[in-house]
Design a protein around this ligand. Sequence first.
Ligand code: SF4
Length: 331
Amino acid sequence: MTQILTIGKYFKNKFGEKVYKVPISISGFTCPNIDGTVAKGGCTFCENESFSPNLTDKSKFKLNLYSKENPYLEKQLLQLEFQFNATKERLENKFGAKKFIVYFQSFTNTYAPLDTLKALYEKALSFENVLGLSIGTRTDSITDETLDYLEELSNHSLPKYLINGKMKSNTYEIWIEYGIQSIFDTTLEKINRGHNFENIKEWINKTKKRNLLVCGHLIFGLPDETQEMMLQTVTESIKLNIDSIKFHPLYVTKNTLLAIDYSKDNFKPISEHLYIDTLVKSIQLLPQQVSISRVTAGINNDSLIDPSWCLDKHQQMKKIKSALLKENLFY
Ligand code: SF4
């Protein structure tokens, strides 16, 4: 039986205890695929303010890479502190959590001038018991300057800690989470991604050259993709030397471009059987050192249109674990 390297196990091996990610959503951030810089409407599966104006804060102010000023910075820093403390307290009370990674999750979290990013990241790293950052973004929305700065941050030492009776030292964990989704430009066009695979390769290479940690997000069930194509995406992503991977099924939610395609019979979601089979085959392709940050996703509310198997993540996990066990893989 082979034990799969989950991101949880990666952190436990490195820091001797469970590390909890604290998701953060900062107002004023958007995405070049929504604000019209590269496209409008966003990725076809993304529920954003193009469709749901109430999703975002009421302010019209939005940052981008070239914003000259940020009148929201003070508010953003307070938001960060408030969200971090609220989630940290909940995790401490529920699980006895002691160590944290601040996860800038919503929208494109490097799509702002470097001064703003520095202020937010350094504030996040100043919170007690924070080991590092995880920054969700797109490969077309990060700059060399930002990567240089993140590389510098990643060299800062954390306070020494005890693991298995020995004092250890480490530096900040700085993760960049990039949406890869597919290596096929035809697919990236169909989902209105706004960039191609060449761009993904270029910026993941630049990130890895700076020794930063990369988590690649992949989606199975993208329009017209066969299992062979999905597995090719996994193989090519591994070649980019990524450190971790997130797998996600494509499901249709209300208020998205994909919902329109679906209503016109132009899109058929992936079956649960094909998803799990592709996932198991993908995990078998992963080198030992690549951790798995997520094996599926679900959405348990009435915004889900199809497929209904994505409603119950608990059931999905049971089936995934049992399919992996059949291959002698323990999750
Ligand atoms: S990159 Fe992310 S935030 Fe931007 S449109 Fe696509 S899914 Fe939405």
